[in-house]
Design a protein around this ligand. Structure first.
Ligand code: NAP
Length: 276
């Protein structure tokens, strides 16, 4: 029997039972024949730092961190990547051999990789992107779109002040429009992203008028339950390229898995199947 330590990783949230990450990582560990484990850990906010400092002593090489810990993690970590600092939240932790906690945010990476895989013709520079929503996910999407070279981001959020704050923070390439204008601004969009929770099971439907969508536009919904949202269904009917949110969820997990377990997993149909 091997005496080599079995690497451990997991997802820390509160609650965490709904997380798809354990199934995703278990699938990759299996197909890559890696002796390792990935477990869900329900940790109350007051215990986050203690848990993060203790896990390496128990054989953990890293973790994903989700709601409500993503912002707090930045304060606890010893090292924070530039993109996590810019986004203001982190979702991936690496426990380094020297004892330091390294925090990164891979949501924006996952968002862009998902588009590149499912809309390979997509060119960021083609035209403006419309982003619906100004919450935590919108921050990662905006940073990623800017980095990819989108010329302008038109931001619409129900609470306009929240969108204005993002413009202040992320600069001049953002234009804020009122939520009621969302349907009209779609006419100029080469890329459309729903970062609101609208359309998700248990939430109201996204009721923005969609008849302005331009054929050929890439339309991405971060909502992944259901997989086929009204936005994506109408987008497909109108000749747009729909990109669902499950792909982002999968792609954002790739960098962490690779760092922890030493092999880069492939995102393919079997990966999606493992989560269905
Ligand atoms: P959040 O910070 O709570 O932001 C929620 C956003 O939805 C805000 O812009 C909010 O607008 C808007 N919203 C909520 N209810 C609304 C309503 N009735 N009408 C209009 N706007 C409404 O949440 P988040 O972390 O950004 O997550 C947003 C969604 O993205 C969730 O569905 C989440 O599951 C999904 N997500 C998916 C992935 C993925 O990998 N696919 C990754 C991250 C997040 P106000 O500012 O006006 O409240």
């Amino acid at each position: 029997m091997s005496t080599q330590a079995v690497p451990l990783a997991g997802v820390i949230g509160h609650p965490v039972a709904h997380s798809k990450s354990p199934r995703l990582h278990a699938h990759w560990l299996r197909v890559l024949s890696i002796r390792g484990h990935y477990v869900p850990m329900d940790v109350a906010p007051a215990d986050l730092e203690t848990v993060l400092r203790t896990l390496p002593k128990a054989g953990f090489v890293g973790a994903n961190v989700t709601i409500p810990h993503k912002e707090r993690l930045l304060e606890i970590a010893d090292l924070v990547t530039d993109r996590a600092a810019l986004i203001g939240a982190a979702n991936t932790v690496i426990f380094r051999a020297d004892g330091k906690i390294h925090a990164d945010n891979t949501d924006g990476y996952g968002f862009i990789e998902n588009i590149r895989q499912n809309a390979p013709e997509w060119q960021a520079a083609t035209g403006p992107a419309v982003v619906l929503g100004a919450g935590g996910a919108a921050r990662a999407v905006i940073v990623a779109l800017r980095e990819a070279g989108v010329p302008e981001i038109v931001l619409c959020n129900r609470t306009r002040a929240r969108a204005d704050r993002l413009k202040q923070e992320f600069g001049t390439r953002i234009r804020v429009e009122d939520w009621v204008q969302a349907g009209n601004v779609l006419e100029e969009a080469a890329t459309v992203v729903n970062t609101t929770s609208l359309g998700m099971v248990g939430h109201p439907e996204l009721r923005v008028p969609l008849d302005g969508l331009r054929p050929g536009a890439v339309v991405s919904d971060l909502v992944y339950a259901p997989l086929q949202t009204r936005l994506l269904r109408v987008a497909a009917e109108m000749g747009c390229v729909p990109v669902d949110g499950l792909g982002m969820l999968i792609h954002q997990a790739v960098p962490g898995f690779e760092r922890w377990f030493g092999m880069r997993p492939v995102v393919d149909a079997a990966t999606r199947e493992a989560l269905s």
